[in-house]
Design a protein around this ligand. Sequence first.
Ligand SMILES: *Cc1c(COP(=O)(O)O)cnc(C)c1O
Length: 380
Amino acid sequence: MSAKDPRSIRLSADLLPRDGRFGCGPSKVRDAQIEALAAAGRSLLGTSHRQAPVKNLVGSVRDGLRSLFSLPDGWEIVLGNGGSTVFWDVATFGLIRDTSEHLVFGEFSSKFAEAAAAAPHLGDPRVVKSDPGTHPDAVTDASVDVYAFTHNETSTGVMMNLTRPAGDGLVVVDATSAAGGLLWNPSEVDVYYFAPQKCFAADGGLWVAACSPRALDRIREINASKRWVPASLDLKIALDNSVANQTYNTPAVGTLVLFAEQVKWMNELGGLSACNARSQKSSSTLYSWAEARSWATPFVADPSKRSHVVGTIDIAAPGDGGVDANDVCTALRANGIVDTDSYRKLGRNQLRVGMFPAIDPDDVEALTVCIDRVVEQLQG
Ligand SMILES: *Cc1c(COP(=O)(O)O)cnc(C)c1O
């Protein structure tokens, strides 16, 4: 801790961002979404998910995502309960035939590899690993039937371009923090899965997977093979429910209302390219600010891999002209600016900033000014 108590630092109100939420999930929910939730009151909340009003809501999410991602004919949006973590188990049962290859470059990408390694019905997965702050490239292998990529590694702030390896392995992408903020081409991908508490600014608890016709064939093939699959993790059951705008068991209707409102806003903003432009504006502000400070450095060395949606900034150590990043976060929080903490298991003196489309690029600019003031005061 610095000599100065970070909780005693006061930033003048005119410097503060209009909204102080910079977390990477749950992330900022826009006011219009909260208003939509209140407006949905008696017509949707507290009503049956088997009746038309909630089915239409699910349908509007599915149609809205199809248009946001410009999905070709034949793709389906499949959804179920449990978030992206549960989808790793769903995929372990319902997408991997025998051998998966995992690009591991942080906490989230390692988890799916662990799930596949632990599954007794699968062969040993291939793991291609690189240090945090970088990403490895896929190694093409004819025996691989699923390539597991991560569009944006939320624990480190690394993004990767999605390109299909040669051969017929399915390309299955964890897009939890990328979906809605980064660009991708459906011809390079078979399954693009995520949860709604990051770019979609809703609550957690759902998983959503955009599935190509090849992925749908794989789901049917594994289903026909009579592999044992718990019903709540069964992708074929989830698919059959999703095409009827339903989920296998009861979803959180409030989450769906927030989600639908955000998808509508994103499409009205100009679709995926407009959303990505907003995040790019925020991220270029953040990275160029850090590069201009002697005590701050973008953690990701290669500028082309620096995420547009999750920024990670290393702070020099107190003995090195810098300050303790935890003190910066504490001082910011005392002023209503929250969740700028680094990913706990990465263990660096670092700030991490969510720059999802819902976050106003002007607020990222204001955040950088506030960090400057806090650091000045901590350095006393
Ligand atoms: C947040 C996150 C997850 C976990 O999502 P849950 O919905 O909490 O299970 C998985 N992968 C990535 C890349 C994430 O950012």
